[in-house]
Write a protein that binds this ligand. Structure first.
Ligand code: CP
Length: 308
């Protein structure tokens, strides 16, 4: 059974196949109304549970639409409204849901919840974000880069700001897809050492550079994310903003990247905090392609999980 739990725990050949499949599916749908199913309807008769213990716009809508385009059906569940939120164990929830549905996608807080769900489910489980990683987002990001600029292997990707869960999955992707990665941000927000070690062991360069100008110089892709994540306390906000202001992606900083560099942000954004509107809406930005590609990339993930 194929769970899609993280990029670093998924076979690189399978990851490559999913990106290629996502691009092909997107091209095949070009111009079709969004509500129409794909010709092959490979999820015909399949039911997918989408569980959210945290808010979501992109993940929720793109998974829902993606399953329907593949000919399947969905049920969107709020963790709070399930017995899961009132003391039923994750293991029992996984066993029960497996009797009803063909696949479970879960967005949750603790990575342990995702792993326990996968351990006890008898159907595939997809990670729709935990406090530690966000692999579906980075599949869409790799797809978006390659759609615009060709192979990402050997390119220089720079992450500015907080070394958060999205950053973690980007570092995993560096190892699996073979690109170099530079993190620039304050030391207190460094990505975890084990993520960096994973990518380095795969033979790519992972650098930590405190100076944002030096980091961004010569970049093929510049990425940032919100300075305060969903799982961070509100009390962290003022300190985070003070620490991260030098790492804001603005036109001056973006101008140090290669002339054809791309800019990405997984959204939602706090405009004019982590990135200025001039960059987000500027010529380097592919943020809305990135959001759209959640749909196509996740359709490829769903197909891989179900072997269809
Ligand atoms: N990028 C992302 O996962 O967006 P949502 O939180 O809206 O799902």
């Amino acid at each position: 059974m194929n769970h899609f739990l993280d990029i670093h725990t998924t076979d690189p050949t399978a990851l490559r196949g999913m990106i290629d499949s996502a691009i092909a599916m997107k091209q095949a749908r070009n111009g079709r109304p969004k509500g129409t199913p794909d010709d092959d309807r490979v999820l015909d008769g399949r039911m997918v549970a989408l569980i959210f213990e945290k808010p979501s716009t992109r993940t929720r809508v793109s998974f829902d639409v993606g399953v329907r385009q593949l000919g399947g059906q969905t049920m969107v569940l709020s963790g709070k409204e399930m017995q899961l939120g009132h003391g039923e164990t994750i293991a029992d929830t996984a066993r029960v849901l497996s009797r009803y549905v063909d696949l479970i996608m879960i967005r949750t807080f603790e990575e342990a919840t995702l792993l326990e769900m996968a351990e006890h489910a008898t159907v595939p489980v997809i990670n729709g974000l935990t406090n530690r990683t966000h692999p579906c987002q980075i599949m869409a990001d790799v797809m978006t880069y390659e759609e615009h600029r060709g192979p990402i292997a050997g390119k220089k990707v720079v992450w500015a700001g907080d070394g958060n869960n999205v950053c973690a999955s980007f570092i995993h992707a560096a190892g699996q897809f073979g690109f170099d990665f530079t993190f620039t941000g304050p030391q207190t927000l460094d990505p975890e050492r084990e993520w960096i070690d994973f990518a380095r062991e795969k033979g790519v360069t992972v650098a930590v550079e405190r100076n944002p100008e030096a980091a961004v110089t010569g970049a093929d892709l510049v990425v940032t994310d919100t300075w305060v994540s969903m799982h961070d306390p509100e009390s962290a906000k003022e300190r985070r903003h003070n620490q991260l202001r030098p790492y804001q992606i603005n036109e001056r900083l973006m101008g140090l990247a290669k002339p054809d560099a791309l800019f990405m942000h997984c959204l939602p954004a706090h405009r004019n905090d982590e990135a200025t509107s001039a960059v987000m809406d500027g010529p380097h930005s592919v943020i809305f392609d990135e959001a759209e590609n959640r749909l196509h990339a996740q359709k490829a993930v769903l197909r891989w999980c179900l072997g269809v």
